[in-house]
Design a protein around this ligand. Sequence first.
Ligand SMILES: [Fe+2]
Ligand SMILES: [Fe+2]
Length: 199
Amino acid sequence: MPDSILVRRLRSIAPPTVLLLLPGAVESPRERAPECGIPVDIPASVRAEHREIRQGVMRAIAEKGEIGVAARTLWTVLQPHFVREEQIALPLLGALRPLSQGKPIADLVEVLPLADSLKRELPQMLAEHDIIARAVDRLAVVADRENKVGYQRFAERLKLHALNEEEVMYPAAIIAGDLMRLRAKVEGVTVPCVLIGSR
Ligand SMILES: [Fe+2]
Ligand SMILES: [Fe+2]
């Protein structure tokens, strides 16, 4: 029986000790009956925003001269940060709607370790925002010098993306994790006490 997307993701990032504790031996929530609940994954709107930003950086990388150089530097710090966000933070946002509607969540046990990892790594995620901001500033300076208004606006958009995560997305993801842990306790769901991966 194939694994759910979330279980496959956990397997891809978890160290061997964690793999032993993952619910691989049990049936995948996505394969259980529909009444088991809604599977959790990154919301489409959030996924689309990351995709558009990546495409923007790629366009800048294709530019000749200093814009291309600045964009390549930006990519080296942005890409690993985005990947980690997509592993431990953004999937939790997919739980917000079913939680707000009081609906069951199929991936409850699998999602909770993500919340633990996010809480643990939050200081590092925020520090990475500072590093990314410096690379974005460099792109903005070069774009200004070359009178490339489109890249100046792109730099502003990237700054807003990070601010939105700090003010809304990360706190919402943590609250979603806390609510799911509460629900798991109330419903008597067994929670694997593991952290997902490390960097
Ligand atoms: Fe992001
Ligand atoms: Fe971020």
